[in-house]
Design a protein around this ligand. Sequence first.
Ligand code: ZN
Length: 240
Amino acid sequence: MESNFTADVLAIAAHRDDVEQTCGGTLLRSAARGLRTAILDLTRGEAGTRGTAEDRAREADDAAKILGVGWRDALDLPDGAIANTLENRVKIVHVLRQLRPRVVILPYWQARHPDHAIVASLGYEACFLSGLAKIDTGMKPHRPFKIIYASLYADVRPSFVVDVTPFMEQRHSALMAYRSQYANQAAGGGLFVAEEEIRERTFAEARHYGLLGGVLYGEPFVQKEVGLVDDLTLIPVQSI
Ligand SMILES: [Zn+2]
């Protein structure tokens, strides 16, 4: 993947396969619209019950190809123990200043997994620091225009949904690229959902959010800011 790549949309997540679960369809839709997309995973998956960090690196590359992203990398934050420290914020600032994304997707700030909740604040603060000239990384400051939160697993009403209907099969293939995690196997058999059930669940979740947006399948997002409207006839609305 190119080293001088810049992104329109950057998804930041705690674990390899988080993005595939919460906003893979949105990345596919963005790429189909000609936007340059990228993924930054903050950990490498060394604490997982199934598979090794090396397995997951290979699978993450396969998933990135399916999602059509132009750039993907993983930092080395500790899996299961991500902390919002200055050191970690600056690691993300380096990536933000390199990729210069216009939109950043973060996990929603309330989550069952502590890593996911931390990444919401860690990522937000990194986006803020990235715009400050005083944080010297030898690179030009850059502040993303918009931060949105992927809320598929959160019990919260989304601000909007993205129609991912045409991309559902690819979205599912990207998730299933993580064979070490999702293929039926003995390790973690009591902990993990059977392969056949994963498809059912992911399609049902996407169907639920699609209904909220008046389409077949959707992915939900929360934005903190109130939207500013210029032309009342251009407010996006459901077509039903
Ligand atoms: Zn995760």
